[in-house]
Design a protein around this ligand. Structure first.
Ligand SMILES: C[S@@+](CC[C@H](N)C(=O)[O-])C[C@H]1O[C@@H](n2cnc3c(N)ncnc32)[C@H](O)[C@@H]1O
Length: 271
C-alpha cells in the first residue's frame, strides 16, 4: 500500500453493472411504450445483451436508440448490426410471441434470438437465419455462452427462402429491410400466424405486422423504423444519382431496383 488510491478499481466500482444498465434501458423502453407486455419486459431484463458484441463499448449496447454496427462494405454501406433496443422491442411486441411457439427470425445478431428464446420458453423453438457466416458464427457463440442453444437453431443461408426444414412457424420476424414478401414466408407460416417485416414504402421504412388468413396477409399495423438492406436473391439497393445543370445546381434522383440502373446516360444529358 502506498496510500495512493487505485483509480482503476474506483472507476470499476463506480461504473454501473450490465444489470443496472439493462434495468435502466428497460425502464426507458417501458416509458416510451416500446415494451408493453410483461413477457417482453422479462425477456429484456434476462438476456445478457452486451455479450453479443463483446468488443463494443458496453454503454453503447445499452442505449435505447443506438444500433451497434458490426459490418460495413468497402463503400461504407452498413451490412450488419445489432439493432437498437427500441426497434427490437417494437418488432417483438408487434409479433405478439407466446410461450411454446415456433419462431423464424431472419437476420441474426444473437441478442434478438435470446429474447425470443426467453419468451417461447422450453417448449418453443427459435430458428435464426443470416446470409453471412461470420454473423451466424458470432450469434451461435453468443447463444451457446448464454445457454440458449437448446431451443435455438442458427442457420446460414438466404432468408428469402425461409428455413423449410423447421417450418411451419407461428411467427416470422424479419430484421432486414425487404423490398417484397417472398412466397416462402407465407408458405412457412401457419394460418393465423404473424409476419413482421420492414418494408420500404414511398421512401420510408415501416415494420408491418401481417396476420396470415389462408393465402392472404392482412396488415395489423405498422411502425416507422430503419434497417440494413436485404442481400441475396431479394436484394434491391436504392441508388442515388446526382445530375448537374449548367449552373452547377444538383438534382438527386433516387432509383429503386436490382440490378442497379445504368445511370451513365443520365449523367451525359444536360438539363
Ligand atoms: C439488422 S441486422 C440483424 C439484427 C439482429 N436481428 C439483432 O439481433 O439485432 C440484419 C442482418 O440481416 C442479414 N441479412 C441480409 N440479407 C439477408 C438475407 N437475404 N437472408 C438472411 N439474412 C440477411 C445481414 O447479414 C445482417 O446480419
Amino acid at each position: 500500500m502506498n496510500g495512493v488510491p487505485d483509480m482503476r478499481t474506483e472507476e470499476a466500482q463506480s461504473a454501473p453493472s450490465s444489470k443496472q444498465l439493462r434495468d435502466k434501458v428497460v425502464g426507458n423502453l417501458i416509458n416510451m411504450r416500446a415494451v408493453r407486455s410483461e413477457r417482453v419486459e422479462a425477456a429484456f431484463r434476462a438476456a445478457l445483451w452486451h455479450l453479443a458484441t463483446p468488443d463494443a463499448d458496453v454503454t453503447k449496447n445499452y442505449r435505447v436508440e443506438d444500433a451497434v454496427i458490426t459490418k460495413t462494405d468497402a463503400d461504407g454501406v452498413q451490412l450488419s448490426s445489432v439493432s437498437a433496443p427500441r426497434i427490437q422491442a417494437m418488432q417483438i411486441e408487434q409479433a405478439d410471441i407466446r410461450p411454446g411457439m415456433r419462431v423464424l427470425k431472419i437476420g441474426s445478431g444473437g441478442v434478438n434470438a435470446a429474447y425470443l428464446a426467453e419468451i417461447v420458453g422450453e417448449d418453443g423453438l427459435v430458428v435464426t437465419a443470416d446470409i453471412d457466416h461470420e454473423v451466424t458464427e458470432r450469434a451461435q457463440r453468443f447463444l451457446t455462452t448464454t445457454g440458449y442453444d437448446s431451443r435455438t437453431y442458427v442457420v446460414t443461408g438466404d432468408g428469402e427462402l425461409g428455413v423449410p426444414e423447421h417450418a411451419p412457424y407461428d411467427r416470422i420476424v424479419v430484421t432486414v429491410q425487404a423490398a417484397d414478401i417472398p412466397p416462402a414466408w407465407i408458405e412457412q407460416l401457419v394460418n393465423g400466424g404473424r409476419l413482421v417485416v420492414p418494408l420500404q414504402i414511398r421512401g420510408m421504412t415501416r415494420t408491418v405486422a401481417f396476420v396470415c388468413h389462408g393465402d392472404r396477409l392482412v396488415s395489423d399495423g405498422f411502425e416507422l423504423c430503419g434497417f440494413v438492406l436485404m442481400q441475396g436473391i431479394g436484394e434491391n439497393r436504392v441508388q442515388l444519382v446526382l445530375l448537374h445543370d449548367t449552373e452547377g445546381e444538383e438534382v438527386g434522383l433516387r432509383l429503386d431496383g436490382h440490378p442497379e440502373t445504368d445511370a451513365e446516360p443520365l449523367w451525359c444529358r444536360r438539363l
